[in-house]
Design a protein. Structure first.
Length: 334
């Protein structure tokens, strides 16, 4: 299957992730960003990367061929140390098989710097960090698009469905459209540079597998037409740098009405955010994280502060993040 990756961003060498290099390196330390998938109306086909949070992988060469995991931090013991069961090591193994390098030996340290089960692409950030690390370690100068199928294998292991709306933006950075899965066809989209994202992660459990199971299998034509119009409007707004069009297009009549039931006070939080000046508001991925687009950092911070205060008032803890859209994707940090 041939993959097609189209980049429709304006050329910007300063934000392109560094590729290749590092031939003969003994170790590398990589960061990969969190992502917001679906972007309200684009279920499984839209996503974008943010500057924080994210995950880190330290990868070292070993004399013995094979992949080992020596350390995982920040997961409270939830992730497997077994290399046959961890998304990072499994995706790295698929990559090594594809290039005929099963003679390579590496040890992995995974440092979770973002919450698991947050709806912010936690498994994707780890997987992409691992793949970027092995690519850098081996001095592989090929395009990052070559890593996407292996990252999707990690997603399949993590949640039972190899979708790309988290791993693609984590890998490429920026705003991403998955036009097709068969064959895989991914397009990077432009976006307004002054668009800010306010993220609130309530301390409640919404497992991705369960969140997918409650989605309707059949929809009526009227709802489908509404959703198509909103997706087209959102993509048009991104190209036109029209934040108002982006905002009024971010409405979901298919998935959000069901998934919102899993998030405490979702509609109250949406009203609060919109009243405070948000351009739009919705669920990040499968939740429970929610996000709002704003025109400036000050409004984003005001919204995260007020929503956290509200959640605390109903005895729910919350983490908050404020970021522009991250156009860099993964990067070497040591």
């Amino acid at each position: 299957m041939e993959n097609t990756i189209q980049d429709l961003k304006q050329p910007s060498p300063s934000t392109a992730p560094p590729l290749g290099g590092g031939g003969g390196l003994d170790s590398v330390h990589v960061f990969a960003p969190a992502t917001v998938a679906n972007v309200v109306c684009g279920f499984d086909v839209l996503g974008f990367a943010v500057n924080e949070p994210g995950d880190e992988v330290v990868m070292r060469r070993t004399e013995k061929p094979g992949i080992t995991i020596s350390k995982i931090t920040g997961d409270n013991g939830r992730l497997p140390m077994d290399a046959a069961k961890n998304t990072v090591s499994v995706s790295v193994e698929h990559y090594l098989k594809s290039i005929g390098r099963l003679d390579v030996g590496v040890d992995i340290e995974l440092h979770k710097k973002m919450p698991i089960g947050s709806g912010l692409g936690s498994s994707s950030a780890s997987t992409v960090a691992g793949l970027y690390a092995i690519k850098t370690l081996l001095g592989d100068n090929s395009e990052p698009s070559k890593l996407l199928p292996f990252a999707m294998k990690g997603e399949e292991l993590a949640c039972g469905h190899g979708h790309a709306d988290n791993v693609a933006p984590a890998l490429f950075g920026g705003f991403v459209l998955i036009r097709s899965y068969e064959p895989l066809d991914v397009v990077r989209l432009p976006h307004p540079k002054d668009l800010w994202c306010a993220i609130v992660f309530p301390d409640v459990d919404v497992p991705t597998r369960e969140a997918r199971q409650i989605i309707r299998n059949k929809i009526n034509m009227k709802d489908a037409v509404t959703q198509w119009g909103n997706i087209a409007g959102l993509v048009s707004g991104l190209f036109m740098q029209d934040i108002d069009l982006i905002g009024r297009s971010m409405q979901d009549v298919l998935v959000e009405p069901v998934r919102s039931m899993l998030i405490p006070d979702f509609y109250e939080m949406r009203k609060m955010a919109m009243d405070l000046g948000a351009v739009s508001f919705g669920i990040s991925g499968s939740g429970p994280s929610v996000f709002a687009f704003t025109r400036d950092e000050q409004t984003a911070r005001l919204i995260t502060g007020k929503l956290k205060q509200h959640l605390n008032s109903i005895k729910i803890g919350a983490n908050t993040y404020v970021s522009t859209i991250n156009d860099a994707g993964p990067r070497v940090i040591g």
